[in-house]
Write a protein that binds this ligand. Structure first.
Ligand SMILES: [Fe+2]
Length: 328
């Protein structure tokens, strides 16, 4: 089944599974899209939670320019920052830093304002494996038994980077984990968020969920485990087998994802991915979120609260001169 839009647009949206995922054809992400194309991609994204565009020849500038058409751009990562000269992008390469993401999570929920969208472009592929799975947390919420849904509606959860996400599956070495949690970020969110654009209610749990407010640690973990079990049921998911050049865009306000860990092969063969993200669900969310705690000794901080390199510009990319290229 496909959903060809009823106008001159060449955008073709092809759903991949019952509750999550769609492939988009007819969009060249190396060129800033016009307003109708941007609207079509956003509509598909909001409906399917994650969309995939194949064969996209992107470099840093073109990926940032494309993503800037969908919202304000954040710096690459609150802990890792970005590459030198590419502050708005996080390079993900398990061969280098040795980190993994084989834990269900919504990105950066230990911040008060996690990114609303994420753009992941695949540069290098392993010969086998390395798929990523996304789950639709709105359909997951809708599937909860009534009593559990009412329970979830009233919960508030503290998320932290010092959490299950960074257990010993996170990296090859303890040093990488230690570096990740040197500065502790925490943010309190409702367990069920109302999406500011769709109005859908969606579960917000995942690997950074740490403490349920008002519950004992043991009871809180059990509550989170039960919600997580519903949220990650296969009927809410889609699994993507990457090819070089694939661009995935996901709605970080209504999804979780899990990057399958590869067997340890010699030589190392992990995919090398690059991502950057428009930010700021907190700015538009109707629900209160508590402030995340700034790291000890923080002074000059970027949008994510991360320390800035000397001379680094914290101005969002989309607000800088020369980056108004979205065609409207
Ligand atoms: Fe992630």
């Amino acid at each position: 089944m496909s959903e060809t839009l009823p106008d001159r647009l060449a955008v073709d949206v092809r759903p991949l599974a019952g509750n999550a995922g769609a492939e988009i054809l007819g969009v060249d992400a190396s060129v800033p899209p016009d307003a109708p194309t941007t609207a079509a991609v956003r509509a598909a994204l909001l409906e399917h939670k994650v969309v995939f565009l194949r064969d996209q020849p992107l470099d840093y500038d073109s990926q940032v320019a494309f993503a800037s058409c969908f919202g304000q751009v954040t710096l690459g990562h609150p802990i890792y920052g970005g590459l030198k000269g590419q502050p708005l992008m996080r390079e993900m390469d398990s061969r280098g830093e040795g980190t993994r993401a084989n834990h269900w999570h919504t990105d950066l929920t230990y911040l008060q304002e996690p990114p609303s969208l994420a753009f992941l472009h695949n540069k290098v592929n392993p010969p086998l494996g390395g798929d990523t799975i996304w789950a639709n947390t709105a359909s997951a919420y809708a599937s909860l038994p009534g009593g559990l849904r009412r329970l979830a509606d009233g919960l508030r959860v503290v998320h932290s980077n010092d959490s299950d996400y960074t257990d010993d599956t996170y990296s090859h070495t303890g040093a990488a984990r230690a570096a990740y949690v040197t500065d502790v970020f925490e943010a309190e969110h409702p367990a069920v968020r109302v999406h500011p654009e769709t109005g859908e209610r969606a579960l917000l749990v995942g690997g950074f969920a740490h403490v349920v407010m008002g519950y004992s640690p043991a009871a809180g973990r059990d509550v989170l485990r039960i919600l997580q079990e519903y949220a990650t049921r296969p009927e809410h998911t889609v699994r993507w087998r990457w090819a070089v050049g694939d661009l995935a865009i996901w709605d970080n306000q209504a999804s979780m994802h899990y990057a399958l860990r590869l067997r340890e092969l010699t030589p190392p063969t992990r995919a090398c991915d690059r991502r950057r993200s428009p930010c700021g669900w907190g700015r538009r969310a109707p629900q209160r979120t508590a402030s995340w705690r700034r790291p000890r000794g923080s002074r000059d901080r970027g949008m994510f609260g991360e320390p800035l390199e000397q001379g680094q510009d914290s101005t969002p990319h989309s607000q800088r001169k020369g980056h108004d290229s979205c065609r409207t």
